[in-house]
Design a protein around this ligand. Structure first.
Ligand code: ZN
Length: 449
């Protein structure tokens, strides 16, 4: 079945055509490990997971790489502020990130790679850009001359008619400041011992070159899909395209997918705005990571969502109900072909997961499908949802024979009359039939022994 994806490059939905039949290569910009991620960051990582699961559901072999940014302006600044070695700081937050993604049931990417372990390919890429006359040496680093880049800024819809040769050393800046950007930053006192030797001068990579070098090293010069949050379209992804395509002369990425933000009171959730929440803040409010995941599945990835505890709590209640129902359905059913087809159509339509969630509820209410088949079909859907349907606690409705119930009632009457001898004899009769009776406040409970 055809998969349609909204490509930021063309600004429309396109039918997906892989480079290699039956396979998909994708690169995700990963976390910068200098602090605890906020729940808005996880929206993007859950999107990556949903893309992967959608392709796997369609039978594709997925080759997926995600980087861990463990050296850049932010990590170095934080390590200096906290007076801890860079590796110690980034190691701590990488571990936390991996623990939290596991709680969110995000599958581990097939390649999870640290920037500091890919410095040689970054140096090689910078050398190539210098050789090709695209990058030049300045006093504080090596810069890409955006005038030398073919179609610079097309991903972000930039119109660059000014032809400036101003430079920007920071990794993050806005469109109004589009100018020559740093691919290599020469060693400074502030960087401490964070530096590597290079033919063009000792220093460290810029953030943008890291992703270009790692993506191409792992997945090849041209890859199928590249993802990230919408805030990465400029300058990060714009500069990745500039670096990679100037160096290879090939198309870097065929499909660019970007996830929308999460807002709090109509404002983007961000570290810099100090309006962010962590996964642990949700747990303090009795919201589980999977309850949060379910909530995200109910909004399309290209629509901004507005966070509120009420909304997420309502989603969690729905998830609990769903799990209770699945737990009560008998095993051994088969997947409904009709529902599976409709599910596949939804997810293949630019990941219309909200529609797929609505379909799950439609199935539950459908009296023409038996409960065992409902269970099997929902567990099939969960290959994409990732909500752990299969481990929903079993709610067993045990069949108790009528005669055992009668014996138990008689025993209860004897107990009320304090006829302990008779009650004991009846208990033995119940046990002889393979059942156990347990006294509870206001009555008793029967179960198989
Ligand atoms: Zn990146």
């Amino acid at each position: 079945m055809e998969i349609k994806l909204y490509n930021t490059l063309s600004r429309r939905k396109e039918a997906f055509k892989p480079l290699n039949k039956g396979a998909v290569s994708m690169y995700h910009c990963g976390p910068t490990v200098y602090d605890t991620p906020h729940i808005g960051n996880y929206r993007t990582f859950i999107l990556n997971d949903l893309i992967r699961r959608t392709f796997e559901y369609n039978g594709y072999k997925v080759d997926q790489a995600m980087n861990i940014t463990d050296v850049d302006d932010k990590t170095i600044r934080r390590s200096r502020e906290e007076k801890v070695p860079l590796k110690e700081l980034t190691g701590k937050y990488e571990k936390l990130f991996l623990e939290e993604t596991e709680k969110l049931n995000i599958l581990r990417p097939t390649h999870l790679i640290r920037a500091t372990e890919y410095i040689p390919p970054m140096i090689e890429l910078v050398s190539t850009l210098i050789d090709r006359g695209v990058a030049y040496k300045a006093s504080d680093g090596v810069y890409v001359s955006i005038d030398k880049v073919k179609n610079y800024g097309s991903l972000a819809g930039l119109d660059l008619s000014h032809g400036s040769h101003e430079r920007i050393a920071n990794d993050e800046y806005d469109k109004e400041n589009a100018r020559d950007f740093a691919v290599w930053k020469f060693k400074t006192a502030d960087d401490g011992d964070v530096a590597w030797d290079a033919p063009f001068g000792a220093g460290r990579p810029g953030w943008h070159i890291e992703c270009s070098a790692m993506a191409m090293k792992i997945l090849g010069t041209t890859i199928d899909i590249h993802t990230g949050g919408m805030d990465l379209i400029f300058p990060h992804h714009t500069n990745e395209i500039a670096q990679s395509e100037s160096a290879t002369g090939q198309t870097f990425v065929h499909y660019w997918l970007h996830g929308a933000f999460m807002n709090v009171s109509e404002e983007k959730m961000a570290k810099s705005k100090n309006n962010f929440l962590k996964l642990s803040d949700l747990l303090d409010e009795s919201i589980s990571p999977l309850g949060y995941r379910y909530w995200l599945l109910t909004a399309h990835y290209r629509s901004p969502v507005n966070f509120s505890f009420e909304a997420v709590r309502a989603a969690q209640t729905a998830l609990i109900r769903l799990l209770q129902l699945i737990g009560s359905y008998p095993e051994g059913g088969s997947v409904s072909v009709d529902y599976q087809k409709r599910f596949n159509e939804s997810i293949n339509d630019d990941l219309n997961i909200p529609q797929a969630v609505a379909l799950a509820w439609e199935l539950i209410k459908d009296s023409n499908v038996n409960d065992a088949d409902k269970r099997a079909t929902l567990i099939d859907f969960d290959r994409v949802f990732g909500l752990k349907f299969e481990s929903a606690p079993r709610v067993e409705e045990e069949e108790i024979p009528e005669e055992v119930k009668v014996l138990a009632e008689a025993r209860e009457e004897a107990r009320q009359a304090k006829d302990w001898k008779k009650a004991d004899a009846l208990r033995k009769e119940i046990e002889a039939r393979g059942f156990a009776v347990k006294d509870e406040t206001g009555g008793f409970k029967l179960r198989s022994a």
